[in-house]
Design a protein around this ligand. Structure first.
Ligand code: SF4
Ligand code: SF4
Ligand code: FES
Length: 240
């Protein structure tokens, strides 16, 4: 059986290349995953290829890219699940650094700034947070489920609303807001989240078509989480 893979890879380094293009490679893979194939191409064929990876285990989120048009983690994408032809491109919606490498970091820095994650608590709040106190299992399981985001950016890339409106905050930020809002240990009140996200660029800008949900490599329930967040903010709007 012919094990050769035909791979088309987007190539463009802003400020260096004149225009974007797809470059074709034919490779007999020595590994099982798309990431191993990209590493093989860079090591054996084309040292100039730019892409990101760290953990190779689906944990760091840095190897996300479009694989045959869909956002996915290259290190988790098994070659057997694709045909003999692969097309690889950078995640849309983020600043292109070069070839398959994009800047997802700025999105998440903005998210943390918006959500005041560097919030300075009062001494009393800090003590209350640090104290070991029992919470009901249901709440903690919900928090752990929402806390599995690896900040890969796939959900933002898959979202047509985010692509058309750069001010729309995107699924990952809405998810993180909901994760903190349901955490009884966090000192921010519900009005904080209402002021921040009950807007056309927040929950009400989301058209609920759910491309984010089907693109999350960690299978985080984005559909139900974003719906719950929207309902919570709607209720707050009615009662305040
Ligand atoms: S439901 Fe649709 S519009 Fe809302 S964040 Fe997900 S992909 Fe974007
Ligand atoms: S919610 Fe899922 S797709 Fe979105 S950044 Fe987190 S892990 Fe990636
Ligand atoms: S290299 Fe870390 S998630 Fe793929």
């Amino acid at each position: 059986m012919d094990k050769c893979k035909k791979v088309k890879i987007f190539r463009f380094v802003p400020g260096s290349d004149l225009k974007p293009r797809f470059k074709r490679y034919s490779v007999v893979p020595t590994g099982d995953t798309v990431l191993s194939l990209i590493l093989q191409i860079r090591n054996e064929v084309d040292h100039s290829l730019k892409f990101d990876y760290v953990c190779r285990a689906g944990v760091c989120g840095s190897c996300a890219m479009l694989i045959n048009g869909r956002p996915a983690l290259a290190c988790r994408a098994r070659l057997d699940d694709y045909g003999s032809a692969l097309t690889l491109a950078p995640l849309p919606g983020f600043l292109l650094l070069g070839d398959l490498s994009v800047d997802t970091g700025s999105y998440f820095i903005r998210m943390y700034q918006n959500q005041a994650m560097n919030l300075h608590r009062t001494k009393e709040e800090e003590i209350a947070y640090a104290l070991s106190c029992r919470h009901d299992n249901e709440t903690m399981l919900r928090i752990y489920e929402l806390d599995r985001c690896i900040e890969c950016g796939c959900c933002v890339s898959a979202c047509a609303t985010a692509q058309m409106n750069s001010s729309f905050v995107g699924a990952a930020e809405l998810l993180n807001a909901w994760r903190i809002m349901v955490d009884p240990r966090d000192p921010r009140d519900d009005e904080f989240w209402y002021r921040l996200y009950a807007t056309d660029n927040g929950v009400f800008g989301c058209t609920a078509l759910l491309a984010c949900d089907s693109s999350c490599p960690k299978n985080i329930p984005l559909a139900s989480s974003l719906a719950s967040f929207r309902i919570a903010l709607l209720k707050l709007g009615v009662t305040t």
